[in-house]
Design a protein around this ligand. Structure first.
Ligand code: SF4
Ligand code: SF4
Length: 119
């Protein structure tokens, strides 16, 4: 049996660091499993804070100050992710918007969806 060898697809508009964004671009936000789990945790924490602020009648500026105070600890959450890799911006290299690239399908090379273009 012959093995199929695909040509490299780094110039495909869906290609990011070896992973394929096609499904996410086709249905933005549909695949919850693509979201960075650290960002999801922060989202839940922010919602909890908003709930508590409502109970104590705090205004949004106070809520934001409280939230900003926790920024350093929150970054530790990201550094503690077992698959974290430092990116140039100080955040995770695999973070693309709110997506974790590691959860996307791997690009095996030029497929029938290959589309050359600017990223
Ligand atoms: S070549 Fe195919 S699998 Fe690879 S990034 Fe493009 S669309 Fe995705
Ligand atoms: S590897 Fe990075 S992007 Fe993926 S879940 Fe961990 S922190 Fe988020």
């Amino acid at each position: 049996m012959n093995n199929i060898i695909y040509l490299p697809a780094t110039d495909c508009i869906f290609y990011r660091e070896g992973f394929c964004l096609y499904e996410e671009i086709l249905n933005p936000g549909y695949f919850v499993e693509f979201r960075c789990k650290v960002l999801k945790k922060w989202e839940r924490e922010y919602e909890d804070l908003l709930d508590r602020a409502e109970i104590f009648h705090l205004d949004l500026k106070v809520v934001e100050r409280i939230w900003d105070k926790g920024n350093r600890d929150r970054l530790k959450d990201m550094y503690n992710c077992p698959t974290f890799k430092a990116g140039e911006d100080g955040l995770c290299f695999y973070l693309h918007g709110d997506i974790c690239l590691l959860t996307l399908p791997i690009c095996k090379g030029k497929c029938h969806l290959f589309t050359r273009g600017e990223k």
